[in-house]
Design a protein around this ligand. Structure first.
Ligand SMILES: C[S@@+](CC[C@H](N)C(=O)[O-])C[C@H]1O[C@@H](n2cnc3c(N)ncnc32)[C@H](O)[C@@H]1O
Length: 192
């Protein structure tokens, strides 16, 4: 990893996530956490009275993250391994914030209905009014548009609240990207 990326993760990532809306004491799900670039700074923000769930479908990735967390003495993160068809194993309406960064694209979810089904899983576990922070990526690569990506999110029962163009880490590089904030509306819409 480039030194500039390491520095951003160590010094800027917390400020980035606070601006996104993370706060002390919250319960946060990092969906598709991978090595935990965002899990670790998020866990530092929510602190000992909060909880971070780091979810991924790759066992080896989660084992590495678990080792890293132990090495750093971080105790408020629980790693969750899921298979693609699993529901998120958390109670309905139990999570304040979901980070969905660089996951919901056609590389992992080729079909629209797969992306929407995944969004409905997220909808179920978020508290009413809870925050979905969404970083859409690889749009051009897979012939997708930003408007369509946003429409997919709102179509399942989220309301778009804001958009910010920020510096952040993507694929271990420092880039600028669009981060979208959505809140969970009362009920999930039916898949269409
Ligand atoms: C490109 S990484 C993004 C990592 C992290 N969110 C970030 O922005 O640094 C995408 C991760 O999502 C995971 N993933 C993809 N599809 C998934 C699914 N259906 N359920 C859980 N994790 C999934 C992959 O295993 C991978 O670790």
């Amino acid at each position: 990893m480039e030194p500039a990326v390491k520095t951003w993760l160590a010094r800027q990532a917390r400020a980035f996530l606070r601006r996104v809306g993370l706060k002390e004491g919250q319960t946060v799900l990092d969906f598709g956490c991978n090595k935990g670039n965002y899990t670790i700074p998020a866990s530092e923000i929510v602190g000992p009275h909060g909880k971070l769930y780091a979810l991924d479908k790759e066992r080896d990735i989660l084992s590495d993250l678990q080792r890293n967390l132990q090495k750093r003495g971080i105790h408020n993160v629980a790693c969750i391994e899921v298979s693609e068809n699993d529901e998120i194993p958390l109670p309905a309406g139990s999570v304040d914030v979901v980070l969905l960064y660089d996951v919901l694209h056609r590389g992992y979810f080729p079909q629209c209905h797969e992306r929407k089904r995944n969004l409905m899983k997220v909808h179920r576990i978020l508290k009413l009014g809870g925050l979905l922070s969404f970083y859409p990526t690889h749009l051009k690569q897979y012939g997708m548009t930003l408007a369509k990506a946003i429409d997919e999110v709102t179509s399942v029962g989220f309301e778009l609240k804001g958009r910010a163009y920020r510096r952040l880490v993507h694929d271990d590089r420092l880039v600028r990207g669009n981060i979208f904030s959505f809140t969970r509306k009362i009920q999930a819409n039916k898949l269409r």
